[in-house]
Design a protein around this ligand. Structure first.
Ligand SMILES: C[N+](C)(C)CCCC[C@H](N)C(=O)O
Ligand SMILES: O=C(O)CCC(=O)C(=O)O
Ligand SMILES: [Fe+2]
Length: 386
């Protein structure tokens, strides 16, 4: 009798329950069969923890009401179901109701898939693929905002044009993206060749493609750059490259190096008077279960001096970083363009690497960071991700 459907329903929200005898306990789990044929097993501990009654769950704050130690280890005494819900009576006489739509979301494969970000890999010039949204639209319409965030989710880059050429106007963009993230560099920053911080960004030297903040426990989520002026000089071209594309090329061609960079904790540091940040983590962060890419933490300049446990580890470090660098330094993988006053560039610092060519003349940029949690919060509120 176990796992035999009692009844088939004719709609996805219809549910059909079968008691199971797994582990010899018919009352320790429910098998719920949905009309589309999907069957999901819910353990009784999960069901009790997910009771949505007003004493178990505050529907106004969306928080559980009980500490995990207070949730009784009760068993299911009886249950009833119809197409829309299951009513459960527990051994301590508590009653719970579970809506079919609620339960349906917890099919593991569907749930895991719904949480997956789906970056579109790119190399070379992607000007025609990314969103270039006028400031007015970004500011005033949900549609405009969705375009910007969708482009960030897909390609890790978006442009907003028609922005007033000032730090204040740029700040409006940064706030709309989730809010200005404060760091040792400030909130909104403006920089030129004056050495306001002990960093090569504040010079006219070239910067090879890199991620910022590899030395923070949590790197900035987005980096926003707006070139306010560049006069009496040349150079200063922006370089962007998809960190995920390079990492996956490495995985194909040098699987050992991919393995090394996704497991070895590389230390990065930032030092200036009064500050000393360091952080150790893999250059390529992946989801251990799905193997999906989560973050690239690549900055050849901000690497700390390190000791290695043996010569093999030391040699792997240099070999794998050089091999990964080849993809990032390959001009055919890069998108190079000149930032113009009025166009704000936004990039996903967990994925896309940025750099610039050396320059002469007076070049002034402003911008800010936005925390990853804050921009994903906006994207989620706009209905673009779960
Ligand atoms: C604030 N501003 C963006 C101008 C500079 C950032 C500092 C750059 C640093 N080397 C890093 O890569 O994290
Ligand atoms: O000057 C630029 O275009 C970018 C410099 C840089 O890497 C940074 O500000 O993080
Ligand atoms: Fe940078």
């Amino acid at each position: 009798m176990a796992n035999e459907p009692i009844e088939w329903m004719d709609e996805v929200s219809g549910i059909c329950i079968v008691p199971i005898e797994s582990a010899g306990a018919v009352d320790r789990a429910l098998d719920v069969l949905f009309a589309d044929g999907k069957s999901i097993r819910f353990e009784d501990c999960w069901l009790r923890d997910h009771c949505r009654c007003s004493s178990c769950y505050h529907s106004d704050t969306f928080q559980r009401a009980h500490h995990i130690l207070e949730i009784p280890d009760a068993t299911i005494l009886s249950f009833e179901f119809d197409r829309k819900k299951i009513d459960v009576v527990w051994s301590d006489n508590h009653k719970s109701t579970y809506a079919a739509e609620f339960l349906y979301k917890f099919d593991y494969t569907t749930w895991k898939e719904s949480r997956r970000l789906k970056p579109i890999l790119w190399h070379g010039n992607i000007h025609d693929k990314i969103s270039v949204v006028p400031m007015e639209k970004f500011l005033k319409s949900v549609d405009g905002a969705r375009h910007v965030f969708q482009s960030l989710l897909d390609y890790g880059v978006a442009l907003v044009e028609g922005v007033g050429v000032s730090l204040e106007e740029t700040e409006v963009v940064c706030k709309l993206l989730g809010g200005v993230q404060h760091t040792i560099f400030g909130g909104m920053w403006q920089f030129t060749t004056r050495a306001d911080h002990a960093d090569t960004a504040y010079t006219n030297l070239p910067l090879a493609a890199h991620n910022d903040n590899t030395y923070f426990t949590e790197a900035a989520g987005l980096q926003i750059l707006h070139c306010l002026e560049h006069k009496n000089g040349t150079g200063g071209e922006t370089i962007l490259v998809d960190g995920f594309y390079g990492a996956l090329e490495l995985k194909k061609e040098y699987p050992e190096d991919f393995k090394f960079l996704s497991s070895f904790n590389l230390e990065a540091e930032y030092i200036e008077p009064g500050h000393h940040h360091t952080y150790s983590a893999p250059v390529i962060r992946i989801d251990n279960e799905t193997q999906e890419l989560q973050q690239i933490r690549f900055n050849v300049y901000d690497r700390a001096a390190m000791a290695f446990k043996n010569s093999e580890e030391c040699r792997s470090y240099y070999r794998s970083l050089r091999n990964l660098s080849k993809y990032y330094q390959d001009p055919s993988n890069q998108w190079r363009f000149k930032l113009k006053p009025g166009t704000v560039m936004i990039m996903d610092n967990f994925r896309v690497l940025h750099g610039r060519t050396g320059f002469s003349g007076s070049r002034v940029l402003c911008g800010s960071y936005v925390a990853r949690s804050d921009w994903l919060d906006r994207a989620r509120s706009l209905g673009l991700i779960q």
